[in-house]
Design a protein around this ligand. Structure first.
Ligand code: ADP
Length: 179
């Protein structure tokens, strides 16, 4: 049985197995939720990100991909870093935003995680309209979890502020999600 939950809050405070980070392709930190995770999680996360860059991810993490590190001092076990697409008026990049959510869940499942917290990927510095991002995020998580055996039992969307929460709530209601 899998649950999708919406809360308003700060993702760095979530006691979950996996916190998903809306990273950038450098994996070396940035603003928004990325900055908050590295600040609160401490230097251990960045050390592991640097090791990833020195190894398999020499050119960085591609948009839509996901990779895990430790969670440092966060009250979580792992951070799964994923790179959301930048919003475009001229090009439909929805498949990439869906891929972020799907691949993050696959990485979490490979780790054996039961609980996963997502921020509203791409809706900050990357300017994706929250309504559209919420629809893609919720649908993709729902589809991925119902597609097959997966260790993940709880997905919590942690929305930063009441406006984003309300939009996610509306989209969840439209999809018939009650949590
Ligand atoms: P992106 O570059 O993918 O747009 P951002 O970090 O700029 O990523 O923003 C993604 C979302 O995360 C935005 O809705 C922003 O308000 C939100 N956010 C920023 N800090 C936090 C936090 N500490 N916890 C949860 N969400 C956050």
């Amino acid at each position: 049985m899998t649950m999708i939950e919406l809360v308003e809050g700060d993702i760095t405070e979530q006691q979950v197995d996996v916190v998903v980070n809306a990273a950038n392709s450098s994996l070396l930190g940035g603003g928004g939720v990325d900055g908050a995770i590295h600040r609160r999680g401490g230097p251990e996360i960045l050390t592991e990100c640097r090791a990833l860059r020195a190894g398999h991810y020499g050119k960085g993490l591609k948009t839509g991909e996901a990779v895990a590190t430790t969670a440092g001092r966060l009250p979580a076990r792992w951070v799964v870093h994923t790179v959301g697409p930048v919003w475009s008026d001229s090009e439909d990049r929805s498949a990439l935003l869906a891929a972020c959510h799907r691949n993050s869940l696959h990485v979490a499942a490979d780790l054996g995680a039961h609980t996963v917290a997502f921020p509203a990927i791409s809706t900050g510095i990357y300017r994706w309209p929250v309504e559209s991002a919420a629809e893609i995020a919720l649908e993709t998580v729902l589809n991925t979890l119902s597609a097959g055996s997966c260790s993940v039992e709880l997905v919590r969307f942690v929305l930063f502020g009441p406006a984003a929460y309300d939009v996610f709530r509306e989209q969840a209601d439209a999809l018939g999600l009650s949590g």
